[in-house]
Design a protein around this ligand. Structure first.
Ligand SMILES: C[S@@+](CC[C@H](N)C(=O)[O-])C[C@H]1O[C@@H](n2cnc3c(N)ncnc32)[C@H](O)[C@@H]1O
Length: 189
């Protein structure tokens, strides 16, 4: 799979999601209650900075647990292959449409369902913008190897040790190495 033209696509992506999220202003912004919690969106400007700083292209498969309208999956797809799992069918449909409009269909996939029901071992990066405490997910992460990325400061995962925290304006992303990745990142290069 060839790498996309990241510069041009980043600008298109930012314009696309700015337009989409502006369309939701009549309902108070991009926000809705779903069967599993609350949908709000990560800031794509922040994600593009964070993913570049992390060198996301070094990883094989990015997964967004609760992907909403696919904004983080589309940002990640500028660097690597990316999959979103979302419980809400309308948001799944929007995510598919957004990736399609941006020409990212070949680097992305979306699954409608509960992420707690899925195997996580195919992923080497997991991302979440949590809308509630992460305890049930943390249990699932035991034995998983990769980097776990948590957007925002509200629900830090109990029992995991952060490697670093990235900031862009008021947005934060905290990086938790898990399993073998913990050993690898702790070793000097
Ligand atoms: C705060 S939003 C984040 C959306 C997206 N990841 C982003 O960064 O823009 C959380 C999303 O996770 C979904 N969600 C929460 N728990 C879930 C679960 N167990 N399985 C699937 N989706 C879930 C919600 O429906 C909601 O759309």
């Amino acid at each position: 799979m060839s790498a996309p033209d990241r510069g041009g696509l980043s600008e298109r992506l930012l314009r696309h999601f700015a337009d989409r999220h502006r369309c939701d202003e009549h309902i108070g912004g991009p926000y809705k209650m779903t069967s599993r919690g609350a949908w709000a969106t990560s800031r794509p400007e922040a994600l593009l900075v964070f993913f570049r700083e992390l060198g996301l292209e070094r990883y094989d498969l990015f997964g967004d647990l609760g992907c909403g309208d696919g904004v983080a999956v589309c940002c990640a797809a500028l660097f690597t292959r990316a999959v979103g799992i979302e419980a809400d069918p309308e948001l799944c449909r929007k995510a598919l449409e957004n990736a399609h409009t941006l020409g990212l269909s070949r680097r992305t996939a979306f699954v409608c369902g509960d992420f707690l029901d899925f195997r996580l071992d195919p992923f080497d990066v997991l991302y979440i913008y949590p809308d509630k405490p992460l305890d049930p997910l943390i249990e699932k992460l035991y034995g998983w190897s990769g980097i776990f990325l948590v957007y925002g400061p509200h629900f830090p995962p109990e029992g995991l040790k952060p490697l670093t925290s990235l900031t862009w304006h008021r947005e934060t992303l905290t990086v938790y190495p898990c399993g073998d990745e913990n050993d690898r990142l702790a070793r000097p290069c």
